[in-house]
Design a protein around this ligand. Structure first.
Ligand code: BTN
Length: 326
C-alpha cells in the first residue's frame, strides 16, 4: 500500500477542495501541521489554493521531480528506497559510484534533472537536457561472478521495456544488448559499469537514459533519423514520476526472479522482445567486424552468431550496425 501523504490526498481530490479538518484527520496531525506541509509543498513548486471554509486544492505541479511525489508511490522493497534527486551533475554514474564506495545499500538510486557529461556505451556522449528525460543510475550488488554481468545488462533492458510499454502502450523492441527502439528509432539506452576485484564483483552501476519529453530540437541534427522521444511518439507529455516508479517495480521483480531462478526466465523474456535475432547483421566488436545471423543468447547473456561458413561464434560486447547515437 502506498503511504497517505498530504500530496496523495490533494491528488486524489482531482482539483476539488479538501477541508483542512479532513486532511488533519487522515494524516493524524494538527491543522497547523497541515498548513506547514502545504507551505513546504509550495516551496517545491506545487500550486495549492487555500480558501477558508472550503479547504485546499491542488492547482498545479512542478515539472521538476520531487521526493514527496516519488517516494509514496514506490511499492518496492529496496529499489529506489535510498533515493537522491540532483539538479545538475556531470553524470549520475559517478554519483552512484561514490555512494557505492561509501557503502550505500543495493537499490540506491540517483536521478538528475540534467547531466553535463552524460556518457553512453562505446565511449559516446549522452545528451541529457534539463527536466525532459530520465537520467538515473541504480546500484546493484548481486552475488554473482563478474563474467555473469552481461546477464544483468539484458535484464535491465527487459525491465525498462516492460515499464515503458505498460505506460505508453508503445511496441518496444530490444536491440542487442540493451538499446530500446520504437520503429527503428532509439528511445532509451542503458550503460552498465562494474567494479570488481579479481573475479569478485563489488558492485554494478546501471545507468538508464530515457528520452521521455524531449522535443525534436533537443536532439542533435544527426540523430533526427535515429532517436526519438516518448512524447514525440505518443503526442503526450509523459509523467516521469510514474515511469520511474514503474521501472523500479519491474526491475526489482525481474531481479528477484533472476536471483531465485537464474538467467533462464530473463533470457526467454529478452528473446521475446528482441529485434536482433534471425536478422543478417554486422557487429562492431572489440575483436573487429563480424557478419552473420544472431540466433540466440547463450547462458551468460552472450549473442550466439551463425557465421557465413555455418560455424557459430558468441560475443559479449559490441554494437550492431552503425553506432546509433554518435
Ligand atoms: C547508451 O545507449 O549508449 C547508454 C546511455 C546511458 C545513459 C545514462 S543517463 C544516466 C546514466 N548516466 C550517464 O552518464 N549515463 C547513463
Amino acid at each position: 500500500m502506498s503511504e497517505v501523504t498530504l500530496l496523495s490526498l490533494l491528488e486524489a481530490g482531482e482539483g476539488q477542495y479538501i477541508s483542512g479538518e479532513m486532511i488533519s484527520k487522515q494524516l493524524n496531525v494538527s491543522r497547523t501541521a497541515v498548513w506547514k506541509q502545504v507551505r513546504k509543498l509550495e516551496a517545491e513548486g506545487y500550486q495549492i489554493e487555500a480558501v477558508s471554509r472550503l479547504g485546499y486544492r491542488l492547482m498545479g505541479k512542478p515539472s521538476r521531480l520531487s521526493l514527496h511525489e516519488l517516494l509514496p508511490k514506490l511499492n518496492t522493497k529496496k529499489f529506489g528506497r535510498n533515493l537522491r534527486l540532483i539538479d545538475v551533475t556531470p553524470s549520475t554514474q559517478d554519483e552512484v559510484k561514490k555512494l557505492a564506495e561509501q557503502g550505500s545499500p543495493e537499490g540506491t538510486l540517483v536521478i538528475a534533472e540534467q547531466q553535463t557529461s552524460g556518457r553512453g556505451r562505446m565511449g559516446r556522449a549522452w545528451v541529457s537536457p534539463a527536466g525532459k528525460g530520465i537520467w538515473m543510475s541504480l546500484l546493484l550488488r548481486p552475488p554473482v561472478p563478474v563474467h555473469q554481468t552481461p546477464q544483468l545488462t539484458l535484464l535491465a533492458a527487459v525491465a525498462l521495456s516492460r515499464a515503458i510499454s505498460k505506460l505508453t502502450s508503445l511496441d518496444i523492441g530490444i536491440k542487442w544488448p540493451n538499446d530500446l527502439l520504437v520503429d527503428g528509432r532509439k528511445i532509451s539506452g542503458i550503460l552498465l559499469e562494474t567494479a570488481a576485484e579479481d573475479e569478485r564483483l563489488k558492485y554494478i552501476v546501471v545507468g538508464m537514459g530515457i528520452s521521455v519529453n524531449l522535443d525534436k530540437a533537443d536532439f542533435k541534427e544527426e540523430l533526427h533519423s535515429k532517436a526519438i522521444s516518448l512524447k514525440m511518439l505518443t503526442g503526450q507529455t509523459i509523467s516521469r514520476t510514474e515511469l520511474i516508479v514503474s521501472i523500479m517495480e519491474n526491475f526489482e521483480q525481474l531481479y528477484e526472479l533472476y536471483l531465485e531462478q537464474g538467467f533462464a526466465p530473463i533470457r526467454a523474456l529478452w528473446e521475446a522482445h528482441s529485434i536482433t535475432l534471425n536478422q543478417h547483421t554486422t557487429l562492431y566488436t572489440p575483436q573487429g567486424l563480424i557478419s552473420g545471423i544472431p540466433r540466440s543468447l547463450d547462458n551468460l547473456g552472450g549473442l550466439s552468431i551463425e557465421l557465413e561458413d555455418g560455424s557459430f561464434r558468441t560475443i559479449y560486447s559490441g554494437e550492431i550496425g552503425m553506432s546509433p547515437l554518435q
